[in-house]
Ligand binder design. Structure first.
Ligand code: SF4
Length: 485
């Protein structure tokens, strides 16, 4: 007789703890800020799905089984979309703990918690996300429900050094579906996106990086950056857009990356963001950046009014802008300046002076039109709020706008800003050339100041390489974006 052997109990594998990372919008870029945490979380054995709302819809099935849903808010527009989407996400993911992470999360903490968000994370968030996921897993589903079921123990802002992982881009839409490089002859190229550093060592008062990073920046090792670039080149990228807040916060590191990129992929070009002060202080590095494939540099000029530049603590003067234009031109690199064109201190004369300077410097074609309409955004935590007397210029915090609204003492300035915003949106939809739209902006600004508009003659500059989605972080989201989920 065969001995009776009791059957072994079937060990049912525990269902994997599912995490969904959601990106509302990232300037048309494939979201690095999903790919980087995805790599960390997958390494720990979590089942991670990514959803990019700029190209995809929320999947009820995916969300229904999620234990953690983390929404990335790296910019104002993304945060506005996230605030609209959160109640919907919450309904679709009844078992999930809700987390919001990224630059705009800490400054909107109160509002996000009121929307049922259990964890708010900013700064170097990867480690905190892993810790949170592990705690949720350990505590079981009963306590993983969102809200106050589990108090946050991770710091709201983490600035400690973390070991970077190569981002895992496998769960994201194909690179070719994102913003392209557009060359002056109209041809386009697939663009990848990389980060060589995070945070910033400067303290410009109007900048959203400052309330979180407070003058700190972190270097991503060149090997990790190059591995990330390599995987994007395999996906067809022939141009890399470096998203560092400032590529020359560590100029040696920036140069090392440019050299490594050129040595490894001599045919791949790149662009980066570098502040005016750094362009002047490190002017000797510009020719090598050009030789390494740098096509254009975005620089936050913000204003041509020295008083406004001082209020912003930009550390450059209006004439430094001219110098930076000359230096980049000499090096053969196009400069794409960005502006905060409308502030409570901007006068109609000051606005016209900005347009005149663009004409004088022959860079009308280099300025994305939306930059001529940007209105100062004052989010919670902005260092501008520390300026004596500034709060008194503001209205009460508006949760819908995620900021403190202000109106200009001269109502003609506010009217002009609104009219220009509508004009530029209309003209961009029609695909009108920049110089044509600039001419309309020129006429409207002079009309508002009741001044005759001089003829726009002479060289206004030539079109420069650009990304098909212009760089700006504080624009009003479109209705389409607000319904993208
Ligand atoms: S505006 Fe640029 S330089 Fe100034 S703090 Fe922000 S990222 Fe740094």
């Amino acid at each position: 007789m065969l001995p009776l052997i009791a059957p072994l109990p079937t060990l049912e594998a525990a269902p994997p703890f599912k995490i969904v990372l959601i990106n509302p919008y990232e300037l048309g870029r494939q979201p690095f800020a999903l790919a980087e945490p995805a790599a960390w979380l997958k390494r720990e054995g979590f089942a991670v799905s990514c959803v990019d709302l700029s190209l995809e819809k929320l999947d009820p099935e995916m969300l229904g089984s999620a234990g953690l849903v983390a929404v990335y808010v790296g910019m104002h527009t993304a945060t506005r979309i996230a605030v609209q989407a959160l109640p919907h996400i919450s309904r679709l993911a009844p078992k999930a703990h809700l987390c919001v992470y990224g630059l705009y999360a800490p400054m909107n903490e109160t509002l996000l918690r009121a929307l049922g968000v259990g964890s708010v994370l900013g700064g170097e968030v990867e480690l905190a996300l892993v810790t949170l996921a592990k705690r949720l897993l350990a505590n079981g589903t009963a306590t993983t429900r969102r809200g106050t079921a589990m108090a946050q123990t991770e710091p709201v802002i983490s600035l400690g050094k973390i070991p970077f992982e190569v981002p895992d881009r496998s769960g994201l839409p194909a690179l070719s579906r994102y913003a392209h490089l557009v060359l002056p002859d109209g041809t386009t190229r697939v663009a990848g996106f990389a980060e060589g550093s995070r945070g910033c060592k400067h303290l410009c008062r109007h900048c959203p990086v400052v309330p979180v990073y407070r003058g700190i920046f972190r270097i991503v090792p060149a090997g990790v950056v190059m591995e990330d670039i390599r995987q994007q080149v395999r996906e067809g990228a022939t141009h890399i857009s470096f998203g560092d807040p400032d590529f020359f916060n560590g100029p040696t590191h920036g140069l090392r990356l440019a050299r490594a990129l050129h040595d490894t992929f001599p045919e791949v070009t790149f662009d980066a963001t570098i502040k005016i002060q750094h362009l002047i202080d490190h002017a000797e590095l510009l020719p090598e950046l050009r030789r390494s494939g740098c096509l254009f540099i975005t620089s936050a000029v913000e204003s041509v009014d020295d008083d406004i530049l001082r209020l912003f603590a930009k550390n450059h003067t209006s004439r430094d802008f001219d110098r930076a234009v000359a230096l980049t031109r000499e090096a053969g690199i196009a400069l794409a300046p960005t502006f905060v064109a409308f502030t409570p201190w901007t006068t109609l004369e000051g606005y016209i002076a900005l347009l005149e300077r663009l004409v004088e410097l022959q860079i009308v074609e280099s300025v994305p039109l939306v930059q001529l309409t940007i209105r100062l955004l004052v989010p919670e935590g902005s260092y501008l709020l520390q300026l004596p007397g500034f709060r008194e210029k503001l209205m009460a915090f508006d949760a819908r706008l995620l900021g403190y609204p202000w109106s200009h003492p001269d109502p003609r300035v506010d009217r002009l800003q609104l009219d220009l915003q509508a004009l530029v949106a209309r003209c961009e939809q029609q695909g009108l050339p920049r110089r044509e739209v600039f001419a309309a902006v020129w006429r409207m600004a002079h009309e508002a100041a009741q001044r005759p508009a001089p003829m726009l003659a002479g060289n206004l500059g030539s079109p420069i390489p650009r990304l098909s989605e212009p760089w700006y972080c504080c624009a009003e989201p479109t209705d389409q974006q607000l319904q993208s989920f």
